[in-house]
Design a protein around this ligand. Sequence first.
Ligand code: MOS
Length: 730
Amino acid sequence: MSAHLKQDEPDTRNVLDGMEQGIIGQPLARPDGLAKVTGTAPYAAEYPVADCLEGVLVTAPFTRGEITAIDKASVLSMPGVVAVIDDERLTARAAQGTAGEAPEQPAREVGYFGQPIALVVAQSFEQARDAAKHLTFDYRADDLDDVPLDPETAGAEPQDGATRQGDLAQAMSAAAHSVDVTYTTEGHNSAAMEPHAAIAQWDGTKLTVHASLQMLNYNIAELADALGLQEEQVRLISRYVGGGFGSKLGISEETVAASIAAMELERPVRVVLSRQQVFQTIMRRSETKQRLRLSADKDGHLTGFGHEARVSQLPGETFAEPVLQSSEFLYAGENRLLQLEVARIHRMTAGSVRAPGEAVGMPALESAMDMLAQQVGIDPVELRLRNIPERHPSEGLPYSSRKLAECLEQGAKAFGWDSGARQPRQHRDGEWWIGTGMASAARVHNVAEARARVTLKPDGTALVETDMTDIGTGTYSIVGQVAGEMLGLPMDQVLVELGDTEFPRGPGSGGSWGASSIGSAVFVACEELRAKLASKAGVSTDELKLKDGGVVGGATLVELLDGEELSFEGHYEPGDIADDYTASGYGAFFAQVRVNRFTGETRVDRMLGAFGFGRVLNAKTARSQCLGGIVWSIGTALTESLLFDPVDGHVVNCDLAEYHVPVHRDVPDLEVIMVEERDPAASPIQAKGIGELGMCGGAAAIGNAIYNACGARVLSFPMTPDKVIAAMPD
Ligand code: MOS
């Protein structure tokens, strides 16, 4: 049986607050944690599959052109080599966006350096890798003088949906205070620990693929489409995913290639990308160039707000880094101009990397706000508080629950923020300048359609099944907690099965919508189960109190069920409510840094984030998401940068030695405050997303602290020592 809920109105019942079990929100350990830390949780490449062949991708060593011939014979006699797969479906890039639409591209055309062109299959991985290096092929490469590679000089198209309101130029020239400043941010790689991997098996009628994916509900359609199969002929399994951060939203070449090979050879085939291939072929976050124009009256009330950004993408691809997403609604300013444009260049595909848009848009905005506070001569926290709008400044919608002011105030207090107007270069410790900075956080709230089946077994335990994934975020935990809370069961009485397309379709893990969406589907199913149990117990649903496997002071679930099994599929759909409210997570970052006066090196001494994201479903996994986001903020601020060869556009720093994510030495003790909130318009469980909020502005808190420490205002992220030194006043 199924139960359906389309949310059109705020759900103010706060059902989960009235339950007896008391596990919702608790910092419970992950049920999958032990298997993961003991190495017994099988990731995609680790499933034991007998007689599995190994495939290694061959990639294009040129930027744009066409493969004209592949000489399979060049490697077929090498030891262990079984086949060379040069199917055109492999050359055509796999769609990377969430939309799942493959770009229009004639087969065998190459659009970027590193694009996969063939798969060499052998008995062992080493044999396949060796042969892949020796495969010879002919190609025609376009003259690089004719290939646009530089986003600065390439032609750009304005994106639809610009906001134009009032007269920004007029507001700027009439303003008591104004800031007009241009920032750049560099490309990013998702850098998930687990490289992309797939094992495909074909039994003649059905394809089973163990892969590392975020969105099985979409991925099954993408893969079926790429292979010309019906969805019913495909089964995808991703029970454990070692991080995705956007790079596994869509299927990519290892999954397509392994599938084609398995079907052609009628043998299981495994394809695991090398770290270098992940960097060169999967996707990048676009670099950005952003102009911020802020105008304000003498007290710092915004009168004008301008945010224009240029990002880049391959020709024909639809995704564009949505840099302005939270700028649309975060602050006041009646004269507004927000415009995104896309430069078409032949770097690899640009796609979603954790917090697409805000990850780079918010740091630029929040740095410009710091400059404005400096100019107005007020506390930067106060500047934010003065500019929290009543309604969406261009669309007029009310906000759903919004805890921005609380985050700013509680964060400042806990950090020991010394309020008031600020001057740089106030503290020095030997050769280190010391300073503090802050920034707001915002990340739009998304929800997605979701299904989950909840079954109450005659033995009084519950089983939850959905193809939703846990990409390290804690889905296993929060799904179990919602079900346990609703059904009055401790966590060890709830079994959660995820990551298999044979189960009802979940929302997938992306855009921070996972927890609130799948949690709502589980909630919907459990409401029906509670109604059944209430009638068995002879009470109204509202009166039903369940705890530790039974009615409080009454029958056990086993007795109530009396041998029966109850099962409901919960189906949650976002309703019209999204058109009625502006819903977002909010927060505030505070950082203390030290900057070396001779080398420009920056160390983060301490950092705090205060976040409001609706109901906290598990305080431990939510906090971990916040911590991870702040760590990404440190990377964005100081070290992470994809470097592209100016001659042919290939990614130069293709590994974790040269692409610098923060390591232990870079990350100080971090403090997280989770501000109490229920957002009844966000989801039926009053929860919003938290997977991305922790990096939406944090880099600016560090940059603003650098300025406060030493007076260097760096306009280019990451703020590496060379840039800090160059901006350092004498
Ligand atoms: Mo996220 S970048 O939508 O996985």
